[in-house]
Ligand binder design. Structure first.
Ligand code: ADP
Length: 176
């Protein structure tokens, strides 16, 4: 089974991926994989990011859906790779803003990412692709609780994590 662990930059994917690895899960860092395998396309100066050819990446990975092993693919593009299950990590916009500023992102990059979180962009992309998708609010949760939420989803206890359960749109005016 292929699990995508995705979310807006800063929501905690890398942190959770590393905790999952410590627990023995097979977790692929897709951002590192893209760099290591020279799969970055043109640099988009305006957005301060590189494009990625998702079809080329999929072919390069050669993953089979419904495979016996559980493989977790971590990264903000992972939901585009035809996973069996997509888990979107979410974070309240104000906390996310602080995290991205601390990371040294430019004002425009912080704004773009916070707006994307407010607008559920990754969740909607995942749902539009027909993925089975769940979301976890990671704002005030420690790593162990988030891991336990992920394990709930993997064991089929998904009621608490249905898409649409998290809503930042009340804050829309503040961020646009
Ligand atoms: P991503 O990989 O999604 O970009 P990171 O895992 O790098 O996000 O986390 C972004 C920042 O937020 C880091 O400074 C990290 O220490 C912090 N962080 C991540 N998860 C949590 C959490 N559950 N609670 C508090 N801080 C967190």
């Amino acid at each position: 089974m292929i699990i995508a662990l995705t979310g807006t930059p800063g929501t905690g994917k890398t942190t959770i991926a590393s905790a999952l690895r410590e627990k023995g899960y097979d977790v692929l860092d897709i951002t590192a994989y893209i760099k290591e395998n020279d799969l970055l396309e043109e640099y988009d100066e305006k957005r301060d990011t590189h494009d990625v050819d998702v079809d080329k990446l999929k072919e390069h990975l050669g993953l089979q859906s419904n495979c016996e092993n559980t493989i977790i693919i971590e990264g903000h593009l992972s939901h585009l790779l035809s996973p069996d299950i997509t888990i979107v990590l979410r974070c309240s916009p104000s906390v996310l803003k602080d995290r991205l500023e601390k990371r040294g992102y430019s004002d425009s990059k912080v704004k773009e990412n916070v707006q994307s979180e407010v607008m559920d962009v990754i969740l909607c992309e995942s749902a539009d692709l027909g993925n089975e998708v769940f979301e976890i609010d990671c704002t005030d949760k420690g790593t162990n609780i988030i891991i336990s939420n992920i394990e709930d989803i993997l064991s089929g206890n998904t009621d608490m994590f249905m898409p649409g359960s998290i809503d930042w749109t009340k804050e829309m005016e503040k961020w646009f």
